[in-house]
Design a protein around this ligand. Structure first.
Ligand code: PGA
Length: 269
């Protein structure tokens, strides 16, 4: 039985104006207790969180109460603390807005905005060094999977993205999200076996590099997660929750996935 936290995280991307974000967050906050009630025996702790746009953080914050209900996440974070960096939002600004955690290295940032492993490494190190929890995203393209290079692609992303992180900072504040690019927003989900095998490879790499502190990290799956496939993914083992795009935009479907996390028995490690 795992003691790793199960995270159910919504990434709202460039969706939801402030009023819609507040309404969705309120819906999640009000339904959460019921969704997580009477968990299956041995269920690990389930924590939920949502990542609105920067401009909707303030409207969402009142419904996101760390350690109690939902966590508040940012979708990205600057690599530097402050200064002449037009368009950037730093850790201190996020904390002031009530943010608990930041997503770093999402594949859409990597594909459309030039976030390289080197830049992701600086963002990640900065977030962790200044007290945010960070959700580091990694994942291979379809081309890489078709060539059979998916595991080496992901391990390279992982190690290069962690290159600037002090090994003392490898603790519960580091969460990994495996999101195969070909499964994001496509309706095509990795099979439970594909996801589990990659999570095992990631865990083994973290264990070899950082010992128990690395091995014990929560590793989430992302890519077309829906209420209908959440339970079978969790039941595969080694999947410690989800980073959810489309299905997190409505409180009902988000809560259904959270409920699946509370009701699905995890195989023993
Ligand atoms: P999706 O997005 O659930 O819409 O596939 C996942 C993500 O990008 O985190």
């Amino acid at each position: 039985m795992t003691t790793r936290i199960t995270w159910i995280l919504g990434n709202w991307k460039q969706n939801h104006l402030a009023a819609d974000a507040a309404e969705c967050a309120q819906g999640i906050a009000s339904g959460l207790e019921a969704a997580l009630a009477n968990p299956v025996a041995g269920c690990p702790e389930v924590r939920v969180g949502v990542a609105p746009t920067y401009l909707a953080l303030a409207a969402t914050a009142p419904f996101a109460r760390p350690a109690k209900d939902a966590w508040l996440l940012a979708q990205d974070v600057a690599a530097q603390e402050s200064g002449a960096f037009t368009g950037e939002v730093g850790v201190a600004m996020l904390k002031e807005a009530g943010v608990d955690a930041a997503i770093v290295g999402h594949s859409e940032r990597r594909a459309h905005f030039g976030d390289t492993n080197a830049l992701v490494a600086r963002k990640l190190a900065n977030a962790l060094a200044h007290g945010l929890t960070a959700v580091l995203c990694v994942g291979e393209s379809l081309e890489s999977r078709d060539k059979g290079e998916h595991e080496s692609t992901v391990i390279t992303q992982l190690s290069e993205s962690l290159a600037q992180v002090d090994s003392n900072a490898i603790d519960a504040r580091l969460v990994i999200a495996y999101e195969p690019v070909w499964a994001i927003g496509t309706g095509r989900t990795a099979s439970p076996e594909q996801a589990r095998d990659m999570h095992r490879a990631i865990r083994s790499h973290l264990g070899q590099t950082y010992g128990d502190a690395g091995r014990g990290r929560s590793i989430l799956y992302g890519g077309s997660v829906k209420p209908g496939n959440a339970a079978e993914l969790l039941a595969a083992g080694d999947i410690d929750g989800f980073l959810i795009g489309g299905a997190s935009l409505k409180a009902d479907s988000f809560l259904a996935i959270a409920a699946a996390a509370a009701q699905t028995a995890r195989p023993s490690a």
